[in-house]
Design a protein around this ligand. Structure first.
Ligand code: 13P
Length: 280
């Protein structure tokens, strides 16, 4: 896999308040200080209330920060939503660093369409599409999450579901901005405490389907979009998942919420990927 960049990130969901987030980030930064962001991209997506302190606490641009959601409008009557302008504002008071770094040290990622947003809070593909367009136009890297429910899997319509989520979620995205698009495949039935991890073969097949669909949507640019797997990633399946040619990274929940454990999982996966590369 020469030149394959690997992505490892975590979504902290509705866990960790400000102090815990800052302490987690500081540990993770120290533990991963030797990792080269050219080959390993790390990211953390904390709660909204932790974001300002998280931005200020980071010392390097190695680790990117993201928001768990974002409204498609910049302002308006959207109680409880967060505007792209509000996210962009975070980090702008970091006067001691250069303007170039400001961009990279603020919030650079917006996570959109996570299964909990879709299935607990009723976000539709049409809403997610508006958010994806707004996120890209506002200069963020958009991490679009897609995944089928257990019911859809049992009905045999996983592929159709994924294609619908991708084709509607990415409809009319501004040309030339796919360089700031990442996709996470997270089968809903594999996420969280009641989830069953997808088999490596299943994940590989769905990643291949997603890659082909992205090619259909964005042509050759679609081949470059990082494709991450999420859903009960843990130390016993992370290495096998990252070895799949169609898997560019891992989007981890529970197994990443202790910085030392996440560091160990990342290092083991990187080691396996490097070993495979040596042998091919
Ligand atoms: P778990 O790894 O805890 O299943 O969560 C995955 C996830 O939802 C990442 O967004």
């Amino acid at each position: 896999m020469p030149g394959k960049k690997l992505y490892f990130g975590t979504n902290l969901k509705m866990y960790k308040g400000i102090r815990e987030t800052v302490s987690y980030l500081s540990q993770l930064e120290q533990l991963t200080a030797d990792m080269d962001p050219e080959t390993v991209q790390l990211f953390v997506i904390p709660s909204y209330t932790s974001l300002p302190d998280a931005v200020r606490s980071l010392r390097h641009k190695r680790l990117l920060l993201g928001a768990q959601n974002m409204c498609w409008e910049e302002k308006g009557q959207f109680t409880g939503e967060i505007s792209p302008l509000m996210l962009k504002e975070l980090g702008l008071d970091l006067v001691e660093i250069s303007p170039l770094m400001l961009q990279e040290l603020g919030i650079s990622i917006v996570e959109l369409g996570h299964s909990e947003r879709r299935h607990v809070f009723g976000e539709t593909n049409a809403m997610i599409n508006q958010k994806v367009i707004a996120g890209l136009k506002s200069g963020f890297t958009v991490l679009l999450c897609v995944g089928e429910t257990e019911e859809e899997k049992n009905w045999g319509i996983s592929d159709e579901t994924l294609r619908i989520q991708l084709k509607t979620g990415l409809k009319d995205i501004p040309p030339g901005l796919t360089g700031r698009l990442w996709i996470a495949y997270e089968p809903v039935w594999a996420i969280g405490i009641n989830g069953q991890p997808a088999s490596v073969e299943y994940a590989r097949d769905k990643h291949e389907l997603i890659r082909n669909t992205l090619y259909e949507i964005a042509g050759t640019d679609g081949r470059e979009i990082p494709l991450l797997y999420g859903g009960s990633v843990n130390p016993s399946n992370a290495d096998a998942l990252i070895l799949q040619p169609s898997v560019d990274g891992l989007f981890v929940g529970r197994s990443a919420w202790n910085a030392a454990d996440f560091n160990a999982l990342i290092r083991s996966a990187i080691h396996s990927a490097a070993y495979k590369q040596q042998c091919t």
